[in-house]
Design a protein around this ligand. Structure first.
Ligand SMILES: [Mn+2]
Length: 336
């Protein structure tokens, strides 16, 4: 079973020429609290994606809708230290973050986000300065801890590390599990806007908060990275994610978030990730839900291209790209 051929995302034919959309796999798991299997998540998600319908109603046609979608072989780093692993992931990602194609990363635990931020830094619209980048985070957790069990690069610190990297703003939704320290940071850090699940999911006035969230997305300007921790969804939809939590977003709320974001007139979504994908054994629901969301991200990107809000910033090049040596994490740290 293990050595069966790995399918491409959506079971599409291999790409030999230009790449318009790159599907990247980061099977990275180091610090997930008590779930297991996010390292196998990207592979399970790609396998599940072969069962996703190619027809997209908004596009009015089947994916890939005239574009080339390339499934990049997974990152296979096996470095000695955590910081070297983060460097290795960034090296793997950078060739796909040069603005000529749209990268969609599948994870792996949310600890992949710092590596993604370093790759986004190389994007021509970001120009090595993250201070014009907005990160939109769908998540059950704040991920704003300074450290967890002594580890600053824990999945529980992903958003805090993105802020440390210098991003302009962090917009969070689905949030319902956080510490006192994280709650205080959400309230006092002006770069953070948090939409709590207890508000957006309130049976009495949830729609008021939800409309505010959609308006917030619509008014974003400049480059954006979208990070979807699938535990932002209600735990019933993703029981095999690292830390499933009840009381979360519905599937349609996440789709509406994706579509509203990609439709924002003055925002350019430069990259996205779908992370904390677990492998459910009794049913493919968890990995299939992740595959549906990744497909929706791809279709929404196609729509943004058609509207002209996303344009390639360089000449498109093919699927064979060299890793870029990156040592930012291991060299900038003064040790543990
Ligand atoms: Mn998270």
């Amino acid at each position: 079973m293990e050595d069966e051929r790995m399918p491409n995302f959506l079971d599409l034919a291999p790409v030999s020429g230009d790449v318009d959309i790159a599907i990247l796999s980061l099977p990275y798991e180091l610090t997930t609290s008590y779930g297991q299997g996010t390292a196998s998540g990207p592979k399970a998600c790609i396998k599940a994606s072969t069962q996703v319908e190619l027809y997209d109603e908004n596009l009015g046609e089947d994916l890939p809708a005239g574009l080339s979608i390339h499934t990049v072989p997974p990152w296979d780093g096996d470095e000695a230290t955590l910081l070297q692993q983060l460097d290795s992931m960034t090296s793997y990602l950078i060739p796909w973050f040069m603005g000529d194609c749209f990268p969609v990363c599948l994870g792996g635990e949310h600890g992949i986000l710092p590596s993604i931020m370093e790759a986004v830094r190389q994007h021509p619209l970001v120009e090595n300065d993250l201070s014009n980048l907005t990160v939109v985070q769908i998540d059950a957790h704040g991920d704003l801890r300074a450290e967890l069990d002594g580890e600053p690069y824990s999945h529980a610190c992903a958003a805090a590390r993105a802020l440390d990297a210098g991003i302009a703003s962090l917009l969070q939704v689905g949030i319902r599990a956080y510490s006192k320290e994280e709650h205080e940071r959400m309230i006092h850090d002006e770069r953070i806007t948090t939409f709590f699940a207890k508000d957006t999911q309130s049976p009495q006035n949830g729609s008021h908060h939800w409309n505010q969230w959609l308006q917030t997305l619509t008014s974003i300007e400049g480059p954006v990275h979208l990070t979807i921790d699938i535990d932002g969804l209600d735990g019933t939809l993703v029981p095999a994610t690292g830390t499933p939590v009840p009381g979360g977003l519905t599937y349609w709320q996440v789709e509406e978030t994706i579509q509203t974001l990609f439709n924002a007139k003055n925002a350019v979504i430069v990259s996205a990730d779908v992370n904390e994908i677990g492998v459910q054994e009794d049913s493919p629901l968890t990995q299939f839900t992740a595959a549906m969301l990744a497909t929706n991200v791809v279709a929404s990107h196609v729509s943004a291209r058609r509207k002209g809000t996303w344009k390639p910033t360089e000449t498109t090049s093919g699927p064979n790209r060299q890793k870029v040596d990156f040592r930012g994490f291991s060299e900038s740290s003064g040790g543990e």
